[in-house]
Structure formats: C-alpha cells, structure tokens
Design a protein around this ligand. Structure first.
Ligand code: S3P
Length: 167
C-alpha cells in the first residue's frame, strides 16, 4: 500500500493528524522533521543555524530519497517546506491539510514558534503562507479542510481514502 503523505503549512496539524491517523489505521507514522533531527543529532533550529536553510533542504531531499526507496504502508508527516523545495510525489498519496493562517497563529504558541526558524516573524510567515498555498494545492491529490477539530479532519481524510481505495 502507498504511503499517506500529509503536507501543509507550519502548524496545519500534520504531526498531530499523522499520529491520530496512524492509530486509527494501524499504520506507523514518520515525521520527517523528527527523522532528520534524530539522524543528525541536531534540532531543526540548530540545522538552520549551522548549515543554513539550504543545508536543511538538502537533508529533506535525502530523506525523500530514502523514504521513497524503503518505506511503504506508512503515514508520512512532512515539514512545511518539503513540497516547495523538492518533488515529493515519489513518497505516496498526497493529502494537503489546508488551514487558514488565523487557525495556524492560534495553534502555535511561543514555544512552538521558537522551534520554527521561518515562523519567527509573523508578517514574513504570512507572506510565505500566501506564496505557498497554491503549490500545496497543486501537488496534492486531496485537499482537506484542516480548520476543524481533529476527529472531523480524520473523518475527512478517511472518506477521501476510502473513496480512492474501495474495500
Ligand atoms: C518548515 C517547516 C517546519 C520545519 C522547518 C521548515 C517550512 O516543519 O521543517 O522549520 O519551511 O515550512 P513544520 O511544518 O512541521 O512546522
């Protein structure tokens, strides 16, 4: 079975929904930021500080190659920039978690923003959000309204999944 790949802007709920979906479907979940952090021994913020954004994007590209070659039947929660800088289609079936910027700012507290170098300035983050929205929608096979509560988001993803893979 193909992987279910969750994409979307920072704070759109990819990791949380990924974990909930894994439990619901009896699959394993891989969060690409955590994969990169555990494999380098550095946090995303440290990687940005020491290797620059370009260094982080190169690690994402390596993660895509490894996951595409070695992982199937999993849920993959991607970092928000992964589909912007790399072709993620080899990873699997792509679901875009579409959250409004207001939903995102309400979800991310200061500790969660501190982990994300590209969210340190909210005005710039909003510009990035506007610029990226079309790219997410274009690369995804499914667009899910992720402004709702977790159970509703899960139901929407599973409805799309079941329609595509009838029992
Ligand atoms: C990024 C999103 C982050 C992380 C890094 C860069 C981005 O992941 O990969 O800080 O470019 O949008 P989340 O989407 O999980 O916050």
């Amino acid at each position: 079975m193909a992987n279910i790949v969750l994409i979307g802007f920072m704070g759109s709920g990819k990791s949380t929904i990924g974990a909930a979906l894994a439990q619901r479907m009896g699959r394993f979940v891989i969060d690409t930021d955590l994969l990169i952090e555990s494999s380098t021994g550095q946090s995303v913020a440290e990687i940005f500080a020491h290797r620059g954004e370009q260094g982080f994007r190169a690690l994402e590209s390596k993660a895509i190659a490894w996951l595409s070659a070695n992982v199937c039947n999993a849920i993959i929660a991607t970092g928000g920039g992964m589909p912007i800088f790399n072709d993620i289609r080899p990873l699997g079936e792509i679901y875009y978690l579409q959250s409004d910027f207001e939903t995102i700012t309400a979800r991310l507290d200061s500790a969660q923003r501190a982990k994300r170098p590209l969210f340190s300035d909210e005005t710039k983050a909003r510009e990035l959000y506007e610029a990226r929205a079309k790219v997410y929608a274009k690369v995804a096979q499914h667009t899910i309204d992720a402004n709702a509560q977790i159970p509703q988001i899960l139901t929407a993803i599973l409805a799309h999944f079941d329609a595509k893979h009838p029992a």
